[in-house]
Structures are given as C-alpha cells and as structure tokens.
Write a protein that binds this ligand. Sequence first.
Ligand code: 26Q
Length: 801
Amino acid sequence: MFSSRSAFCQQFVKKLELLSGKPFADTTSREQFLALGTMVREQLSPDWIATNERLRSEQGKQVYYFSIEFLLGRMLRQQLQYLGIEEVVEKGLLELGIPLSDIEEIECDAGLGNGGLGRLAACFLDSLASLQYPGHGFGIRYKHGLFKQKIVDGFQVEWPDPWLINGNVWEVRRSDEAVEVHFFGNVESSEAGGKLQFRHLNTEKVMAVPYDIPILGYQNETVNTLRLWSAEPSPFPPHQDIMRYKRDTEAITEFLYPDDTHDPGKLLRLKQQYFLVSASLQTIVRSFVKQKGDMRSFHERVVIQLNDTHPVLAIPELMRILLDEYGFSWEVAWDVTTRTFAYTNHTTLSEALETWPIHLFKHLLPRMYGIVEEIHERWCGQLWEETPGDWSRIEQLSILADGEVRMAPLAIVGSFCVNGVAELHTEILKKREMRQFHEAFPGKFQNKTNGIAHRRWLMKSNPSLTHLIDDAIGERWRSEPAALQELRKLEDDPNLLEQLRVVKRKNKSLLAQYVKEQFGIALREDAIFDIHIKRLHAYKRQLLNVLHILSLANSIREEPNHNWTPRVFLFGAKASPGYTYAKTIIKLIHSVADSINQDPIVRKYIQVVFLENYRVSLAERLIPAADVSEQISTASKEASGTGNMKFMMNGALTIGTLDGANVEMHNRIGAEHMFLFGLNAEEVMSYQRDGGYVAREYYTHDPRIRHAVDQLTNGFLPHTGDLFNTIVDSLIEENDTFFVLRDFASYLAAQQTVATSYDRMSWWRSTLVNIAESGHFSSDRTIREYAKDIWNIQPVSHEMY
Ligand code: 26Q
C-alpha cells in the first residue's frame, strides 16, 4: 500500500474521500488525520494478528505490565517511523500540499498518567515490543486524562481533558472479550468435606470492556497489545435505581486521579484499582486455561509486574480465583501467587505510601478483605515464630494496622521480587524505609534503574541531532543505544562540536517559533535555555530555582554594566488541584516572571517564561532545545527521575543534586560534565535523624537569601499582597523541610559556573559526552534487565516462521 509515493497518494486520497464523504479539496486536517491513521492501522493489522498467533502457539512465558497509568502522548509519527514509511508518507503528503506536521497537530495527547510513573510504563511498552519480548500492558481507558492546565492571572485553573471527543483511531473495541467485575455484596462461608468454601453474593456487577491499542516494535514486525478497560453498565442491571447504577458504573473510568497529597477517602479510586486488576486477571487466566494450562503451573508461563502499589489488589484477586474458582488449598494458591507477581516501588516518601481504611475496603471488596486478613494473619504468625515477642518488628511489617490496609507491605509479602528504580533509591529502600522487609526477605530486593525510549526521546523528537549522530558514527546506536559511546572517540573533533552547537541553535529556534505562535512570547535565541519541567512538588524545589532567579536579578540591578550571560528560564509544571502549596508556587513563578520581564535593566539579560499545560508533546519540543536541565530535588527524595535522562540524551548539561539517577549519570560522565551542588543523600538523612539544621540562620546570615526571600512578601512583587506568606513560613517558621536555604549558596555558585562555562569549546565537549553516555539510560537496557533478572523471559524469534 505504501510501496511508492504515488501509490500512497492515490490510496490516501481514496481513503480520505471514502471516510469523509467529501472531495479531497474540501477535507479538513482532522479528516486527513483520521484517514492517515486508519491507513496506518490497516497497514499494521497483519503483523498484529501474526504476533498474537505466534504468542498463542508458542506457549512461552509472557509478562504483563499492570499500571493504573500509561502516559502515551501522541502516536502518529511514531507509528510511521516504526513501520518504516515516514519518508514516503511525508513526501507524498507534501505533493498533495499537506505538511505532515499539520496533521500531527490534530492528534490529542493520550494523557493517561500524571508524570514519571505513567511515562515509564509507556517507554517500557515501546522497549518490550522493539526488543520482541512477549509483553503486554493492562490499564484503564479513562474518558478524561490528566486535567488540562490553563493559566488565568498567574493562577492554575483545571479543565477536563476530553481526549476521546473525536474518537481514537488507534484503539479497537473488543466487546466480545468483555468481562464482569463484582463490587460490594457479602461473603458466605460453608463447610464441605472439612473444607471452608466462600461465596461472594449480592454483588453489584460492572462490565469491563477492553479497548486494545497496538504497540509497535521498531521496524521488526512485532505488534504487542496495550489493553485498556472501560466500565459500562451490565446488560442485566440490578432492579432498583437504574439511573444511579448507570452513573456509578460509568464514573469508574471517567477520570484519571491527579496525584494528590494522599487522600485515603476516595472510594472511587479503590474501585478503579480493583476494576483494573479483576478484569485483567480474567483475560489472562481465560487465555491461559484456553491453551490447556494447568493453573498449578500458572507462574511458569505468566509473570505480572505491578507498577507501584496501585494494582496490588491483583495479589488477593489471584488468590480468590485459585481458592474459590479452582478449589486450591491456601498453601498451593499462595505458592502460585507469590511466584507470579513482582512489585516496583517508585517512592521513598513515607507519606506517599498507599493505605486504605479497613471499613471502606471491606465494604467495597468484602472477599478481598477476607483474603487480605488471612494473608496478614499468616504473615504475622510466621513473624511470631521467627522472633517471638518482638512486637515492634511485627508492627512495622504488618499489613493491617491502625484501622488501615497497607498496600506496600501487601505487595512485598505477596510477590517474589521488589525493585527500586535507581541505585540510590534501592539502597535507601534496603537500608532505611524497608530495612525490616529486606532483612525478612534477603534477596527479594533488586535495583532496576529506569530508562527512557530513545526512539521517542531522541529519534522522534530531535531529528537534527539524530542525523548528526548517524553521520558521525553510523546507525547502529538506533537499535543498540549503548553504541552512542562511539561518540567519545570524537570528543576532540572541533568540527563535530561545532555541528552540535548548530543543531542546538536550530532546535532553540524551532522552539522559539512555536512559543511565539502558541503564546505570543518572543524568546531570545542567543540566551542559555535553562529548563525546569516536571510535576510541581515541594521536594522537586522549583522554589530554589525561583529564588536564584530573584537573586540573579538583584545582582544585575546592582551591577547593570557587568557582562551578564543572557538566559531564558523556562518552566512547565502541573500542580495537583488539591495541593495548595504547589499552586502558590505556580503563581509565584508568574509574579517573578512579570517583575523581571518588565524591568528595563534586568530584561536585557534574563527572561522568565512559564509554559502552560506541560505534557508529553510539549516536552518533545522543549527537551531538544535545552542547554541546561534543572534536576534539583532535595537529595534522597527523587526516586529516579526520567526527565534527567531525556535532557542528557539531547545534549543538555545537568545542574543537579546527587539524587535519584543523577548519581548514575555522574558515575558515568564524571563531575566535570555536569554542575553538581548541594547536600548529598547521607547529609540530608543525617540532618533528618540528628537535627541541627536551622533554616533561619541561613536567612539571617546570607544577605542574598534575605534579599530574595524578603521580596516574596515586601511588596516587591506587585499585586500579590500576602499571597506568598505561606511560602516564606514554610522556609522560616517550618524550618524548610526540603533544605532550600541550606542548598541556596551552593546552587548559586553552580549557576555562576554555568554562566561562565556556556558556549566554550568545553561546553560542547560536555554536551558530546552526555549524549555518548546516555545510551545506558535507554529503556531497552532497563527492559533487558527486568527480562533477565526478574521475569525470566526471552525475546520471541521470528526466524522460525
Ligand atoms: C495516589 C493516590 C491517589 C491518587 C493518585 C496517586 C498517585 C498517582 C501517581 C501517586 C503517585 C503517582 C506517581 C508517582 C510517580 O510518578 N513517581 C515517579 O516515578 C518515576 C518513575 O519511576 C520516578 O522517576 C520518579 O522519581 C518518581 O517520583
């Protein structure tokens, strides 16, 4: 169909007219997008069927990735690249007078995630397919993804994200594979032949309808599946109040929850979690049994990775299936279950660990509760035998405590492997946050440092750099990203360094053009582009960046004739709607931006821009244009970070703390190729243990700090009154939980080094070194490690067919 440009054009025009019912000349970009998307789907269909057939007949072990979030972004260009038809299509369309980039803009981001965790799941699917592993995703088809952010008068306002409003070309509804999920009701037990049997009665039934999305491997004929579940009323509804039943049912998959400062009262969130795991396990068990599998060896052909604790109900749900539906003994069921699941932890912030009130859990999921209670009791019994009388150990390790179900302990006890997402993070889990568990299960904890899909975050988003790399070292790196290291031979090639500079300038220019068109703001292209994009959280310390900007502006006013290096500070961040502190920081960034952009002296050198509605497709434009990557979390708080890797891969230099995966970047490139500052994790944790930090002393003794902090509340920022009192209070009265003032001087010094090093030969050499060493952070490496060390699965070979 895409064999030649003219064949493509002919097919495209025909498809477009058929679908739109209009002559070609009258069609809109949306209709063109739909036509092209439909053609792409038809093109990949045979490979999708073949991949599924292969998996069915081969009967090897498969991995299923359970995640409440998949932050996919846009898919069109990626599909074209993976099918190897981008050039034919792009040139063909141009002959018809249509820029592919215009059609691309029509596609809504699939924003079914909050940030790092959801995007990681999407990158993993990409690598699974590209490496030909038999691996599939299971998630939820939210009718509305993460809220859209609008900025009104400097404040964040949230709007629903109606991403499905024009349909979704990539999905296939599979009503024939719908299943039922049961909520509420009561559990009855009876004895038969000396054995207790349980029946879950009077339940509310919800239909789970799957929508499958094809996940292509890179030019390898593999098409895996992401199955997203949608909740619909059952065709046999309960007798009373049918309207309420319909509403309650549809509400289950209506919205993605924003990552709120944990509110355990949200019944709907728990409903989503059980809905996902119950429906997904039914699909998996059904296809396993259909292939004549014996449930006693389920774990030999199925491994399920739990992305954080959100899908952890899968553990008691598989127990339920084995006990109640297959009549297994507890011991055998537990053996199969604990050999099936592996759990990834994404946080060390103890306040973020998930818990559910028992009364709510029991009401919604009575059978799940009975099973969790028994898991808990047996586990505590085991602990008691190991260390009789050690109540404090049992308390720390127990699953039920203080009227709550603790999901992380359930996950650890019920799975055969627990992994952290960066070396430092895993060490902190093993030595501190989960030390007791690590001692109870020696060998269960592993590290799997996160990674990113280099195909999206370099090949797709940065074509200029991609071609430059191809010219320098050939194309092997595209399938073996570690080969980017070959660039290191060229560290002293002035010609290549100059070309890196040219590419960066070009990308900055493209971004400037976009920002001008979208937001009406003209960016100064000769400045350092210093970019801080991620969710807004106190521990990520956007505030530290803002205080530095205020301080830099103060210095410029003091010495207006000094030769200051021009800089553009770009921010992008969504704040959770209920997170007041984070929302105040967004307003603060806007107020500081206004004060600076209006100051006739300061604005000669610096510009501050907050870009509304940060999301995957915006990240793809920002990251290739970055000179400086802000990775400045309080050491020990950021589990890994993945934005850090994306910037590195695009040749930005990191200003950062030794936190998360920054530590591993540092190990690979050395301190001379990044700008490190601040306390390390040990130092932060010893302050937290022993005390001794008095934030007020830093405020009192450092005039630069005092000046900048005072500017938040002394009327320097116009029309803000006492809006920012709470921020100053968090620093002074609440003693600055995240060590912003402690790290301030060190951050300033690092920023000064950035300014003096910029655009020298050594800068571009560092850029080259960063790119060369970034291959390690491809999710291909990560997925190979999971496959070998946790999943025990092999790629599916095509050769035999
Ligand atoms: C919890 C309860 C109720 C509603 C929402 C949530 C919720 C949702 C999302 C809690 C947490 C998340 C997301 C967490 C996350 O993205 N963590 C990040 O994971 C990345 C991938 O491993 C790491 O790189 C980051 O360091 C980590 O912060």
